[in-house]
Write a protein that binds this ligand. Structure first.
Ligand code: AKG
Ligand code: FE2
Length: 275
């Protein structure tokens, strides 16, 4: 299958065309979304995060056999907030989701050079939400921070139209095949996380670095307990819209917020009594 990609190079992009493509395929590849300075900035941020925290298993830990990831990147490198709400990215996500969205998860992911058996494990992260025009409860943003091609690991997806029945894995792959998503560093893939997909693990001399974030609908249940949302985003951010974006709190975040809140309150009591 030939893949159409959409480029932001001219500064304008036709969101209607992106929507039509997404309706027919359940994903879209966006190119030149970030400037070269931005790409360099996020690669450096990723590398610094991994250098600083790579040995701390509470942050960087193995995920499956082929990846390590840090799902608390908003805590360790809060600058990734700017990427999540990037002016070229968030409006497209909101257009596809059909309204305001909320932060669900953010993981930095790393894959090493590899010389074993190639692997694909096709899966759907969550069920479809059939009441939604794109059958989409959660959308994933994947940003490649290394060049991804035939010689590297990649993300692969089996295209799926909203107008066709949802099939089991074997029948879906038979019907619509597989698209390997390739692109230079800075390429962005958006996909409905209910559409069948996998990491494609290849024999390669190259590492792969990605930023992978999920967005949900504000009125729907939170996606996962993977990522803690720092209070500076969900409670104390000066902008109401940003607080709302980060406001669909998972249980992990609630637990940490209540633990730290009580400590703060106790220290206030301490100060007022002993000052
Ligand atoms: O890392 C990849 O290429 C795919 C990962 C994946 O399946 C996911 O994030 O849900
Ligand atoms: Fe997945």
């Amino acid at each position: 299958m030939s893949v159409t990609t959409f480029s932001f190079a001219d500064g304008v992009v036709n969101t209607q065309e992106i929507l039509s493509y997404f309706q027919e395929n359940g994903f879209v590849i966006l190119e030149e979304v970030l400037t070269s300075d931005e790409i360099k900035y996020y690669i450096d941020l990723f590398d610094q995060d991994r250098q600083k925290w790579g040995d701390l298993a509470v942050l960087w830990h193995p995920f499956g056999e082929y990846q390590t990831r840090n799902c608390h990147a908003l805590v360790s490198s809060p600058e990734f907030d700017k990427l999540l709400r990037h002016e070229n990215i968030l409006p497209v996500i909101e257009f596809l989701m059909g309204g305001k969205t909320c932060f669900s998860e953010l993981c930095l992911r790393h894959m090493t050079p590899y010389n074993g058996e190639p692997n694909q494990s096709f899966h759907r992260d969550r069920p479809h939400w059939e009441e939604h025009p794109l059958r989409m409860d959660y959308v994933q943003l994947m940003v490649y921070l290394t060049n991804v091609n035939q010689e590297t690991h990649c993300f692969s997806i089996s295209p799926e139209s909203v107008n066709t029945p949802i099939l089991d894995t074997a029948d879906q792959l038979d019907r619509n095949g597989i698209v390997d998503c390739h692109g230079v560093a800075g390429t962005v893939v958006l996909f409905n996380n209910a559409v069948l997909h996998t990491a494609t693990v290849r024999v390669t001399k190259h590492e792969r670095k990605t930023v992978q974030a999920y967005y949900g609908h504000r009125s729907r249940p939170f996606l996962s307990n993977c990522s803690i949302i720092p209070p500076k985003f969900c409670y104390y951010h000066p902008d109401q819209e940003t607080r709302d974006f980060y406001g669909n709190l998972n249980d992990t975040t609630r637990m940490f917020l209540s633990a730290f809140k009580s400590e703060q309150d106790e220290s206030k009591i301490f100060e007022s009594v002993y000052a």
